[in-house]
Design a protein. Structure first.
Length: 307
């Protein structure tokens, strides 16, 4: 789309067209009601927006009379250049879905940049498969197994603080696993391949299990009252509930000493997990700093969930 064609539109129009593109690319479809609900416009205005997008970007969207929605066209070419952080913010937090323009901050701030973002075309295939509840065929590259072909049933994105993962049932291993999105190549959404009952998220024990953790100031660090202030602790502790599938990631990101005898040393270990047995049976607990599998635990019970 020539820049001058966009320039002739109002900012609200461009924001709505950007929303159309986001929905179709990353969700796989958009209905007129999606525009009505998101922007508070009339149905007639939503119809005009969809017609305008089709006119300005031929081949990007096709009308599906069966589903009464517009779906991703086979010749899709993005109109807007969305920064990955904006896309991930929209997918996971539900805002930031207007035209990708840089806004002047209200106050001076500096946020460290990530080292890596997933390729948006690959991310789009993953999120469409999640939304449409269908299989995704991928070429996956892992440190342990190298290059493999897999069919997975993805259902959620996970940010471990360093890399983005997709949680999915893996038909190759017949287990639920986390796949690093940057290691996925040549994804293909298998629209006609349904997800079996045992492959759905409600069958993922690590996903459905909620663990309750109590974090306290590290006993071997000075001035615990400062740690209590920094983390907004109540009664000298920070109590949190996490999915078992994400617990190891978060404890590692926060540098929480998870050893039973608070034996880790270093200024980064300001928090201590008061009861390390709370992680019993959590597969990715092995990622938590200092965590040791209790002697009574069956062999392999706490194996890592990542690939």
């Amino acid at each position: 789309m020539p820049n001058e064609q966009l320039a002739d539109l109002t900012q609200p129009q461009r924001d709505r067209l950007a929303f159309v593109e986001l929905r179709v690319l990353f969700i796989g479809e958009i209905r007129r009601q999606d525009l009505v609900s998101r922007f508070g416009i009339q149905s007639a205005a939503a119809t005009r927006d969809l017609a305008l997008y089709k006119e300005l970007a031929p081949g990007n969207i096709d009308y599906d009379p069966k589903g009464k929605s517009y779906v991703l066209g086979p010749d899709f070419k993005p109109v807007f250049d969305f920064p990955p952080e904006r896309v991930l913010s929209w997918l996971t937090q539900g805002f930031g879905d207007g035209e990708p323009t840089r806004l002047k901050p209200w106050v001076a701030s500096e946020i460290p940049s990530r080292l890596a973002y997933p390729d948006l075309d690959i991310l789009a295939c993953v999120t469409r498969a999640i939304h449409q509840e269908c299989l995704l065929r991928i070429e996956y590259h892992s440190i342990s197994s190298g290059r493999t072909e897999r069919e997975i049933a993805p259902f959620a994105l996970i940010d471990n603080g360093l890399l983005w993962h997709v949680r999915a049932f893996d038909r190759k291993t017949q287990d639920f696993r986390d796949f690093v999105i940057t290691r996925i190549k040549r994804p293909k959404v298998l629209k006609d391949a349904g997800v079996e009952g045992h492959e759905r998220p409600d069958q993922d024990i690590q996903w459905t299990r909620i663990v309750e953790l109590e974090l306290v100031p590290h006993p071997d660090q000075p001035r615990p009252e400062i740690t209590e202030m920094d983390y907004g602790m109540q009664g000298g502790a920070l109590r949190m509930k996490l999915r078992a599938a994400t617990a190891g990631y978060i404890l590692r990101k926060w540098s929480v000493d998870c050893s039973p005898d608070h034996s880790l040393r270093g200024h980064e270990y300001r928090l201590w997990l008061k009861d390390h047995l709370a992680l019993y049976g959590v597969k990715n607990a092995i990622l938590a700093p200092g965590y040791r599998i209790p002697e009574a635990a069956p062999s392999g019970r706490a194996g890592a969930a990542t690939n």
